[in-house]
Design a protein around this ligand. Structure first.
Ligand code: AHR
Length: 712
């Protein structure tokens, strides 16, 4: 059982023992203790209130088959022009019929084909129908009401009735069923409520619409929604939204990622095709990730998702560049339609009902404008190898957006020189725990130029489908660096956020949150982020660390291997701690490079194995709540042994002896959570006694801890 913070009330015995050992605070100072000195009355910098947020795109069945709660797959038959994929003909007790895709009865301009069912024989208990197998089944939960809807058009001589049911795949259990009594010969929408009984939960199910009389009927836009988060009629899956809500994210970067760009301009996230009545949305091929997107998660749904979780939208706009075939538009006349598209999009988000697109949003059901502070121009435009392309494109967006919306802050996705981007988005995917840890201090020496940084995608990519505890340790080490430097780093978001763990659901390995048809879970990295997001102050306090043990690490060679951090002028920041110098010069033959690991498209790694490197075994940072005085000390111990840390707080007049520790640990770096073992590695909260301005605490092996010390 979990507390609200996702922390088990009943701890596994092993975890309890580890924590009891670790929760002993002493005043004696072991000889090998790491020394931490915290200047609690000083402020090195401020923690950005937007630091911890989310990044999302349609990848790994993030929306369709994921967060977007629609249960019918290929609901408007656009996934395949020739074949009604995910639909099957049902013929029971000797009933017979035919099922085909048919364009003779167009549904609307966006959706040309319908599903034609011809019942050739049905009488008595015989039934003939169409079935949808959903996204790896239809989740039939006990005592639950589902909203089913579809459009139908009857052929001459057929009037129904039709039965709508959630049925087990072997046909033996109808979890819920309802009837539509009469079907007309014009396209019309029909809606029923399907309420399940005690059976289930089960995903070995499908949705069946069937008839018991002969005749022809066409179907389109067949939809089934379970109860959704905040009861939005075509909203989001409750369990996944709750996992996100528990992280208290400050922003949502959307709609991508490569999904924003598409492989071609025609498969970009074309926002105007994603708004309004879902039965009019054409959907599009998500060719960046190779599956069909219904666009049920459209622009307004992204914004409502932000609203539901009290997040700021960080809006990515298509910047005239797609991923394949050199699809880019740089000249003024070529790019203007896309600049206009972005301006219209911003108006849709922020305009009042007197504006064209604000009025459209109101018509779509949301009269109130949304707040918007940041707009990102494109995604990973360092991949556009045409010299000057992004510079030219960015300038045109910048000039037009700043002219109309001077208050907006614009994010560049790679370096630009002719315009002063407010923020630059940097992406870091690291291939090992050690590589991420090696980079944990990179920002300590980054020159402060006034331009802030959005670490818009980052992850320690260890773990399939979701990160291991080792990855979470790498992530936590990296987060200490980001938090400590959050005067520079305004926002950060892990990527990718989601993965459907069913076979065929994953396109990108190592994703924060996993789910299948019925359940979901947070990875150890999810919990590490939650710990960082929930427990921090608003001021970074100066901290120094000495005696931090290190361990040798041999970086791998070759493409995708180790890339050294940029060499930058030290900024002389009082707040930068910490571990002893760990970083030698860049490996032999390697020039210093920036933007390492961006989206896996970074420069090739060295061909010869680089020199071994010493990487710290511990990472720290400290923040303070300026209102309450609470000091949050974050400690990452990636070592296989417990580590004693002697902590001295200066500049405090009193320290409450009791505090709390939130600790996540495990027996080894490969420990992980999974769909069948969802809470193996989770943070545990314990009371800590014996705190003072000078104490020693032992941190368990493979652990991430936040120590809360109340001081005046
Ligand atoms: O997060 C997966 C992909 O990585 C994103 O779509 C892209 O921006 C990056 O290359």
């Amino acid at each position: 059982m979990l507390t609200k913070a996702g922390i088990p009330r009943v701890l596994p015995l092993a975890a309890l023992c580890v924590l009891l050992v670790a929760s002993t605070v002493s005043h004696a100072q072991p000889a090998n203790a790491v020394e931490i000195q915290i200047k609690a009355d000083q402020v090195a910098s401020h923690v950005s209130p937007l630091l911890y947020g989310l990044m999302t795109e349609e990848i790994n069945y993030s929306y369709d088959g994921g967060l977007y709660a629609e249960l019918v797959r290929n609901r408007n038959f656009k996934e395949d022009a020739k074949d009604a994929v995910h639909w099957q003909l049902v013929q029971e007790h000797g009933g017979t019929g035919l099922m085909s895709l048919d364009t003779s009865q167009p549904f609307n301009e966006a959706i040309p084909a319908s599903l034609k069912l011809t019942v050739t024989q049905a009488s008595g208990d015989q039934r003939v129908g169409v079935a949808n197998d959903g996204f790896w089944g239809i989740p039939a939960r006990p005592n639950t009401s589902y909203h089913a809807s579809f459009y139908a058009k009857a052929g001459t001589g057929f009037a129904g009735p039709l039965t709508v049911a959630i049925v087990s795949n072997d046909g033996t259990t109808a979890h819920a069923s309802a009837q539509v009594a009469h079907v007309t010969q014009d396209w019309k929408k029909y809606e029923v409520t399907l309420t399940t009984g005690k059976a289930g939960p089960s995903a070995d199910t499908r949705l069946v619409i069937s008839a018991g009389t002969a005749g022809t009927v066409w179907f389109n836009m067949v939809s089934l929604f379970p109860p959704t988060f905040n009861n939005r009629p075509t909203g989001n899956r409750k369990d996944i939204m709750q996992l996100l809500a528990d992280m208290k994210p400050a922003f949502l970067r959307f709609p991508g990622g490569n999904y924003l760009e598409g492989n071609t301009v025609g498969t970009r996230f074309d926002w105007k095709k994603t708004i309004g009545d879902i039965s009019q949305r054409p959907g599009h091929m998500d060719d960046a990730w190779r599956y069909w997107s219904s666009d049920g998660m459209g622009l307004l749904e992204f914004l409502e998702w932000c609203e539901d979780l009290h997040m700021q939208p960080v809006l990515g706009v298509y910047a005239g560049y797609s991923l394949r075939n050199g699809a880019r538009f740089t000249s003024f006349p070529e790019l203007q339609p896309f600049v206009k598209e972005a301006l219209d999009e911003i108006e849709y988000v922020t305009g009042d009902a007197s504006t064209t697109w604000g009025a459209q949003r109101a018509k779509d059901g949301h009269p109130a404008p949304f707040p918007l502070e940041y707009v990102e121009i494109g995604n990973e435009d360092n991949a556009d190898r045409q010299v000057g392309s992004y510079e030219t494109r960015f300038a045109q967006f910048f000039d037009a957006i700043k002219a109309k919306y001077p208050q907006l802050k614009l994010i560049a996705t790679t370096e630009v020189t002719t315009r002063a981007a407010d923020v630059i988005d940097e992406h870091y995917y690291r291939r090992s725990e050690e590589e991420m840890e090696f980079h944990a201090n990179d920002y300590d020496t980054r020159r402060r130029t006034g331009q802030r940084v959005f670490v818009g995608e980052w992850a320690t990519r260890v773990g399939d489908p979701t990160p291991t505890l080792g990855a979470a340790l790498g992530d936590a080490a990296w987060m200490t660096g980001m938090e400590r430097n959050s005067d520079l780093i305004v926002m950060a978001s892990y990527a990718p956020l989601f993965v459907n763990v069913n076979k065929g659901g994953m396109q990108w390995v190592t994703d924060l949150i996993g789910y299948d048809t019925l359940t979901s879970y947070g990875s150890p990295s999810y919990y590490a982020q939650k710990m960082f997001s929930l427990y921090h102050g608003d001021d970074v306090v100066p901290m120094t660390a000495s005696g931090v043990p290190t361990k040798e690490w041999q970086p791998p060679a070759g493409r995708g291997g180790f890339v050294p951090p940029p060499q930058q002028a030290a900024a002389g920041r009082g707040g930068a701690p910490q571990a002893p110098p760990t970083q030698g010069p860049p490996p032999q033959g390697q020039p210093p490079q920036g933007g390492a690991g961006r989206g896996g498209r970074g420069p090739a790694g060295p061909q010869q194995p680089p020199m071994p490197i010493q990487v710290p075994l511990m990472f720290f940072d400290a923040t303070r709540d300026s209102k309450t005085g609470t000091i949050y000390v974050k400690v990452v111990n990636r070592a296989a042994t417990p580590q004693s840390v002697h902590i001295t707080l200066s500049g405090v007049t009193a320290v409450e002896p009791s505090g709390q520790a939130v600790t996540m640990s495990g027996s080894g770096p490969t420990d992980t959570n999974s769909i069948t073992d969802p809470v193996r590695i989770v943070p545990v909260t314990t009371k800590v006694d014996g705190l003072s301005a000078n104490f020693t605490r032992t941190f368990p092996p493979y652990s991430i801890s936040v120590l809360e010390v109340k001081a005046k």
